[in-house]
Design a protein around this ligand. Structure first.
Ligand code: SF4
Length: 210
């Protein structure tokens, strides 16, 4: 069923309560541990050659959402998911509303947060951004470097990227599972859209594009 983005639109556009999203997926098993609500933020100035999502680089308005409405929408799926994955785009480009969203999510639910950033840990100094990398349960750091791309990596696309577990339970789960990255292919017959979630290898992508 087509998602009605207007239900998430802000009533007033205020700096710290609005996020610009590229997309979202209510339930996926391809973006981190367990089943997760995935949120792709629009806008990235890092622009790694070979990035999977160049259509998410532009900082232009895509889907403006009110963080309170987004939180309520996540809660609709609370019993079906283990956590929320935030990726993009570059999530830390919208750091103040993102912190407000994650802070409230953590207060009001037991859902875990997996945060992706194209920055290295040492590059992140802005206080809200530091809060996000300290309080998210899992953080994946680093840009995608196509020369270091390796198929079969779990949760990352290139070997330079690294995962920090602020919540040790997820490190145990990561180390004890030998499953490789999952790929999900979602076919929306109404919108005639095919969405690939996860990190498909080149051969699969070519097959899909034929
Ligand atoms: S940081 Fe992420 S979204 Fe930005 S260009 Fe690199 S891979 Fe793409």
């Amino acid at each position: 069923m087509e998602r009605d983005w207007s239900l998430l639109e802000p009533d007033n556009i205020k700096d710290h309560s609005v996020l610009n999203l590229a997309d979202l997926q209510e339930v996926t098993s391809a973006e981190g541990p367990g089943r997760r609500f995935a949120i792709w933020l629009q806008g990235c100035s890092i622009r790694c050659p070979g990035c999977w999502n160049p259509h998410m680089w532009s900082m232009k308005r895509r889907h403006l959402v009110d963080i309170g409405k987004l939180l309520n929408y996540v809660k609709v799926y609370e019993n079906k998911i283990d956590g929320v994955t935030i990726l993009g785009g570059e999530p830390l480009a919208q750091v103040r509303p993102l912190r407000a969203f994650v802070e409230t999510l953590k207060k009001e639910t037991d859902l875990s947060v997996l945060l992706y950033t194209g920055y290295e840990d040492k590059e992140i100094v802005q206080p809200d951004a530091r809060w996000l990398v300290e309080y998210s349960d899992i953080v994946v750091f680093g840009p995608f470097i196509k020369e270091l791309k390796k198929e079969g990596l779990k949760w990352i696309g290139s070997e330079n990227q690294y995962i920090r577990f602020n919540n040790p339970a997820y490190e145990k789960c990561f180390l004890s599972s030998d499953e490789k990255d999952l790929i999900e292919i979602i076919i929306d017959t109404e919108r005639m859209e095919l969405t690939v979630v996860g990190y498909p290898d080149d051969s699969l992508l070519k097959e899909l594009l034929v």
